[in-house]
Design a protein around this ligand. Structure first.
Ligand SMILES: Cc1cc2nc3c(=O)[nH]c(=O)nc-3n(C[C@H](O)[C@H](O)[C@H](O)COP(=O)(O)OP(=O)(O)OC[C@H]3O[C@@H](n4cnc5c(N)ncnc54)[C@H](O)[C@@H]3O)c2cc1C
Length: 490
């Protein structure tokens, strides 16, 4: 029977990145992917926009950055849309109904967040420290975290500590008086999370996003997602990684608290010394491993890991390229956001708490030739039930028609979080494999006892978005997990 050094369960982008780093160290690696294509949830994204520059350089990923202007258009019901552009030099307003004073305040607010997020960014590419381990390295990392915040200076440190627990709505209402500008930042803070603008901690999610994204809020640098995934797949194959598709792992096999291999359909077993799970933490522990080898407290923590998804993917095929009213042709290649004010977004979130979707659909979309690709929220994952898809599509269409005169839909495909969960075997169909709140971040992600890519089982590791630093197409989880494995095997 063939034996591997490492089996990676799942060929999501983090699984591919993890394999690429391990392959550099000559491990014999097998990736087992449930679907007919690798990439996992990244296939739901419109662009790869937050991929780590370090990984691109480490792995020699050679794909062109898309030659597009990075406009963000916030759709305004009165069609006087806000058009902004973001780069490392800051924000430029190309059009806005907001006063100059509000535009300036918006820039000041983002600069403040940029400064705060820089104190977190250094920790994104590292294994988070263990709390109370007594190991010098962990204590040093914790001290560095504290020092980074202290370095902000007394005034900024106090402000940082004040805002991290706040909800974004309060912050925005204190600083801006323009609805559309408040809406844009509410959107960025809550997209992909199970938070509304009035949920505590929604400022922190925004800071975290900036920390991962070199201080940028709007994910402006874009790569084609297919180019990106194929390039990662090719790097794996060229370095000797075997990839088997259309194969689901049913069980992780262990002997005396150490992994021995995986079980597939028809009781087929493949052996390996190390297993890395690109599936989310809940699926990994409760289904693939099963609760038997885990202690009760650990199982409780796993079950408590919150992972109710609420973003759906809608792809609309149109009979001609859509034209958004009142947007110049040269700015049409934009990321469009519909989140017109805080209360609108919050009302939408409220319905999702009761497992419903609201008439107040919020969304973002890109135009790709004759297609509109939308991320719709809040469409909650619901147990033992389904949403009325036709109604969701119709509601979305009703809103879009106000902005796109030539909207003639020839086909609509909607993937709800339930569909996403089934297709990619992700708990709750969650964008980040698990909620993004202070108790599920950094050295508490996914939870205490499993936060350093390790698990209670020897040689079983996690590398998915459910680990630090969380979701999005960054590849950092895969990179950090590989580094941890290499370090442990020394
Ligand atoms: C609708 C939607 C839109 C998104 N848009 C964006 C975006 O625009 N920008 C952005 O940065 N992020 C976006 N995200 C989030 C981002 O795509 C994910 O956070 C990220 O791709 C997760 O990557 P991963 O490799 O950790 O996990 P996954 O992509 O979930 O990979 C896990 C892989 O494991 C496979 N698998 C699971 N169980 C098994 C098993 N038992 N056996 C074999 N294989 C298995 C799955 O099929 C999957 O391929 C979006 C997410 C969603 C849901």
């Amino acid at each position: 029977m063939k034996k591997y050094d490492v089996i990676i369960i799942g060929g999501g982008h983090n699984g591919l990145v993890c394999a690429s780093y391990l392959a550099k160290r000559k491990y014999k690696i097998l990736i087992l992917e449930k679907n007919s294509e690798v990439g996992g949830l990244a296939n739901c994204a419109n662009f790869a926009n937050s991929f780590s520059k370090k990984i691109i350089s480490d792995l020699n990923i050679d794909i062109p950055q898309l030659n597009q202007n990075s406009y963000i258009v916030s759709l305004n019901p009165d069609t006087n849309h806000t058009i902004i552009e973001e780069s490392q030099n800051g924000i430029i307003f190309h059009n806005s109904s907001a006063t100059k004073e509000n535009q300036e305040k918006f820039k000041i607010l983002l600069n403040k967040y940029k400064k705060f997020s820089s104190s977190l960014s250094q920790f994104m590419n590292q294994t988070p420290p263990r709390i109370k381990s007594g190991v010098f390295q962990d204590t040093l990392k914790l001290m560095k975290m504290g020092w980074n915040v202290r370095k902000l200076g007394k005034k900024n440190m106090r402000e940082f500590l004040r805002v991290i627990g706040l909800n974004i709505a309060d912050e925005l209402e204190d600083n801006l008086s323009d609805d559309i500008l408040r809406g844009i930042l509410s959107h960025e803070a809550v997209l992909g999370t199970n938070l509304g603008p009035r949920s505590p901690g929604s400022v922190l999610t925004l800071l975290y996003k900036q920390a991962i994204n070199n201080g940028l809020v709007f994910d402006s640098e874009k790569y084609n997602i297919n180019d990106y995934i194929s390039s990662l797949e090719k790097i794996c194959i060229d370095s000797g990684v075997e990839i088997r598709k259309n194969i689901s792992v049913n069980k992780i096999k262990i002997i005396e608290n150490r992994v021995s291999g995986v079980e597939l359909d028809h009781n087929e077993i493949i052996n390996a010394n190390i297993i890395v799970s690109n599936a989310d933490p809940k699926k990994t522990y409760l289904e693939l491993l099963g609760p038997e080898p885990l202690d009760t407290d650990f199982i409780r923590r796993t079950k408590n890991f919150r992972s109710k998804g609420n973003v759906a993917k809608l792809t609309l095929l149109l009979n001609e390229k859509p034209i958004v009213n009142n947007i110049d042709k040269e700015k049409a290649n934009a990321r469009y956001i519909f989140a017109p004010n805080i209360n609108y977004v919050e009302k939408s979130f409220n319905s999702s708490k009761y497992n419903n979707f609201s008439e107040n659909l919020c969304f973002e979309f890109h135009i790709l030739d004759k297609q509109l690709k939308l991320n719709l929220y809040y469409i909650p994952y619901i147990k033992n039930s389904t949403h009325d898809k036709e109604k969701i599509i119709q509601q979305c269409q009703n809103i879009l028609k106000k902005f796109i005169g030539n909207l003639n839909i020839t086909n609509a495909e909607l993937l709800t979080p339930n569909d996403i969960s089934n297709k990619y075997n992700v708990s709750g169909g969650h964008w980040n494999h698990g909620e993004f709140e202070i108790d599920q971040m950094l050295m508490m992600r996914p939870f205490y006892g499993s936060a350093q890519y390790q698990t209670p089982i020897k040689n079983l590791y996690l590398c998915s978005a459910g680990t630090h630093p969380g979701g999005g197409i960054t590849g950092i989880n895969g990179q950090n997990a590989a580094k941890k494995i290499i370090e442990d095997q020394r």
